[in-house]
Design a protein. Sequence first.
Length: 130
Amino acid sequence: MSRIQPIEYSAAAPEVKAVYDDIKETRHVDDVNNFWKFIANHPPTLARTWDSLKDVMAPGALDPLIKELLYVAVSVTNNCGYCVASHTAAARRAGMTDEMFGELLAVVGMANETNRLAVGYRVPIDPAFE
C-alpha cells in the first residue's frame, strides 16, 4: 500500500476545494494546513470534521483563548504532537503568554497524575461531589 499523500488545492476535487475555501476564509489564511490536506483523501471526513470543528470552536460561552487552551491540554494528554503545535500556535494568536502555557502544562501534568492515582486506588466518589 502506498503512503497517503496530501491533497493540494490545485489537484483537489470541487467538494474539497469548497471546504478548503471555507477554511481559508474563516481562518483568514492563504492555504490550509497539512491536517486538512491529508484528511481530504476522504472528502466526507474532511467536510464533517471541518463543520464540527468550526461549530465547536465558534464564539460561545467560552472565549476563543479558553477553547484553544482546552484543545492544547487534550492534545498533550493524547500525545498528538501535530495538534499540540497547531493549537499552541492558535492559542498564542488568541493571547496565550509563555506564563499561561507553563501553567497550562503544570495543570495538565497534575491532572494526569492525580487521575491515574484515583483510578489505580479505585477511589469512590464522595457523596458531596454528586
